[in-house]
Design a binder for this molecule. Structure first.
Ligand code: DSN
Length: 415
């Protein structure tokens, strides 16, 4: 992008922005929660709507001059409704975490009970980690994946629900590579009289395209991020039935937020329109196909994969078997030096710390946006193995780095 105006005012920030553009162009983004939005989405997010206060909802604002803000928010809602089929959609949450916060605020009192997946087994901070407000305001117990299979332990979840009697069960995950059986968890929630929140932050795009089953219409609440697999403006979304519509709207505003970020909502509207095109379904299928090939490539090299593979956009490698002396963080560093950007991640049964965990997580959404197919993804899988296996060999890192430069040039981001 051209930062002429920024440069005139603030060369230091212009340098950083240009640096980030170059970094994204010249490295492979494999952080599973990231993607590259279109120039149209970037433009909408950089629009003059950043100047506008629009507390309230379309047609019921607390400020004058909201006619265009109303148009944009109505379009975002209309398109989200078409994409996911929910009865009611709120597009104002500033992030996925704030979408979750709105659901808790709408349904729970402080001290109420939440049953959610442990962070080291693939859960999210906002599902009840002690360092997050959720872990401090509510009583939280956490279920796990089956240590043998890496799949969700649905029976264990049901047993815990029976004894703990939660008010809310949270499903939907940040580092779980398998398809989630929403109905199975909903049945548990029904049995114990709990609400059920499905947080589809990572898989909003996969669900919209129908390549992962949808929790909409199954669970009481669905939250998501709008900038991961869906490639829209940055932020969150809440979906629910008419029954809970007013409670959710009140919990988002004025309950948890002030003015909506209307420029981001414009980005959401544009990205949702893009996702309604048939090409998006092909993209989402390719994301999953690419992840599957990546998992197979890793397995062929002898990496141990949590759950043995993937049904989604991400693969989680447990390094303890193949590389017992190499924690995730130095592996992440060596890969970053070669030009492959992913993150060290905790794994089920973690024996190290969250700052230096035993796994690495790799996702395919961004590379698929660049046009990578099964063949190129398999090569990337080979390169990742090569770097991890030779993480302290500078010659190997330099060789891989040269190949990454060629791949980035062959698959440019913003032509
Ligand atoms: N931190 C994001 C992730 O990487 O999964 C989720 O919020």
């Amino acid at each position: 992008m051209d930062y002429e105006q920024v440069r005139a005012v603030d060369p230091a920030v212009a340098d950083a922005l240009e640096g980030e553009d170059t970094r994204q162009e010249e490295t492979l983004a494999m952080i599973a929660s990231e993607n590259h939005v279109s120039k149209a989405v970037l433009e909408a997010q950089g629009s003059a709507l950043t100047n506008k206060y629009a507390e309230g909802y379309p047609g019921k604002r607390y400020y004058a001059g909201c006619e265009y803000a109303d148009e944009v928010e109505e379009l975002a809602i209309e398109r989200a409704t078409e994409l996911w089929g929910a009865e009611h959609v709120n597009v104002q949450p500033h992030s996925g975490t704030q979408a979750n916060q709105a659901v808790y605020f709408a349904t729970l009192d402080p001290g109420d009970k939440i049953l959610s997946l442990d962070l080291t087994h693939g859960g999210h901070l906002s599902h009840g980690h002690p360092a997050n407000f959720v872990g401090q305001f509510y009583e939280v117990e956490q279920y796990e994946v089956n240590p043998e299979t890496g799949y969700l332990d649905y029976e264990g979840l049901a047993e815990m629900a029976d004894t703990f009697e939660p008010d809310m069960i949270v499903s939907g995950y940040s580092a779980y590579p398998r398809e989630v059986e929403w109905q199975r968890i909903q049945d548990v929630a029904d049995d114990v009289g709990a609400y059920h929140l499905a947080d589809i932050a990572h898989i909003t795009g996969l669900v919209a395209a129908g390549v992962h089953q949808s929790p909409v219409g199954v669970t009481d609440f669905v939250t998501g991020s709008t900038h991961k697999t869906i490639r829209a403006g940055r932020g969150g979304i809440v979906m629910t039935s008419e029954e809970h519509a007013d409670d959710i709207d009140n919990a988002v505003f004025p309950g948890g937020q002030g003015g909506p970020l209307m420029h981001n909502i414009a980005g959401k509207a544009v990205g949702f329109k893009e996702a309604l095109q048939p090409e998006f379904d092909e993209y989402a299928q390719q994301v999953v196909d690419n992840a599957d090939v990546l998992a197979e490539t890793f397995a062929d090299h002898g990496f141990e994969l949590v759950s043995g593979g993937t049904d989604t956009h991400l693969v989680l490698i447990d390094l303890r078997e193949s590389h017992p002396d190499l924690p995730g963080s130095p592996a992440e560093d060596a890969l970053a030096e070669a030009g492959i950007v992913l993150n060290a991640n905790t794994v089920p049964g973690e024996t190290r710390s969250p700052f230096n965990p035993s796994g690495i997580r790799a996702g395919t959404p961004s590379l698929t946006t660049r046009g990578f197919d099964e063949e190129t993804i398999a090569e990337v899988g080979d390169l990742i193995y090569r770097v991890v296996d030779n993480h302290d060999d500078q010659r190997v890192i330099d060789e891989v780095s040269e190949r990454i430069d060629e791949l980035c040039a062959a698959y440019p981001l913003y032509e």
